[in-house]
Design a protein around this ligand. Structure first.
Ligand SMILES: N[C@@H](CCC(=O)N[C@@H](CS)C(=O)NCC(=O)O)C(=O)O
Length: 217
């Protein structure tokens, strides 16, 4: 098997790549990284010193690929399948990347800011940064709700990399700042994502790690 994925099943950016792999039943060797364990973290940092996952290793091409979007682009190019993760049409591909960026930067990242603030040592919290993250999320929710009124998936009719990005981002964002009652279209979209077998599988596999999710203090 040529692909090896360094990841954690509970991590949102890792789930984004898992969805892409599961969509096309792409075989890979799963390597679970425990960043809370010194040895596991040190081993992983030898591969990618930045220390953030997911990271894909492709033995066939001798390539190490970090960054969830770059990994999915790589899979689309070298390991294509029935789900076209990035459309061939240049304009549609650009729309896909825009939405992928949107979900990463304006949903996943502020969601992580809120979650990781809960893990900070007492007295080291960043309430101003968390408030900024919540404002950003609220803006993003409104935009998603408006757009999702007319489309099933991020691009329209077809599932793409943008939906891989949206699924874990919206799933976890809904846990930290629920949007179901105020943003019906966004909630319906999240419902469709949860029912998609690729994401349903990622959610199921993350279940044993739910206790890791920090509660609000
Ligand atoms: N831009 C990166 C973000 C990756 C990222 O933030 N991963 C999180 C897990 S979801 C992580 O590694 N967190 C551990 C840390 O920051 O120490 C990507 O798209 O892959």
């Amino acid at each position: 098997m040529s692909l090896r994925l360094y990841f954690h099943p509970f991590a949102s950016f890792c789930q984004k790549v898992l969805v892409a792999l599961y969509e096309n039943a792409t075989p890979f060797d799963p390597r679970l990284v425990d960043l809370g364990d010194e040895v596991s973290r040190a081993e992983f940092k030898k591969i990618w010193p930045i220390g953030k996952f997911p990271v894909l290793h492709d033995d066939a091409r001798g390539r190490i690929i970090p960054e969830s979007s770059i990994i999915i682009e790589y899979l689309a190019q070298h390991y294509p399948g029935k789900t076209q993760l990035v459309p061939a049409d240049a304009e549609l591909a650009s729309q896909t990347r825009l939405r992928d960026r949107f979900y990463d930067l304006y949903v996943n990242t502020p969601m992580q800011k809120i979650v990781t603030d809960r893990l900070r040592p007492s007295g080291k919290n960043d309430p101003y940064g968390v408030a900024e993250a919540k404002t950003l999320l609220e803006t993003a929710y409104g935009m998603i709700d408006q757009e999702r009124g007319t489309k099933d998936w991020a691009l329209g009719d077809t599932f793409s990399m943008a939906d891989c990005a949206a699924a874990p981002a919206l799933y976890y964002a809904n846990l930290v700042m629920p949007f179901s009652s105020a943003y019906k279209n966004a909630a319906a979209y999240l419902g469709r994502l949860i029912e998609r077998p690729s994401f349903a599988r990622a959610v199921e596999e993350a279940k044993p790690y739910r206790a890791l999710f920090p509660k609000e203090r």
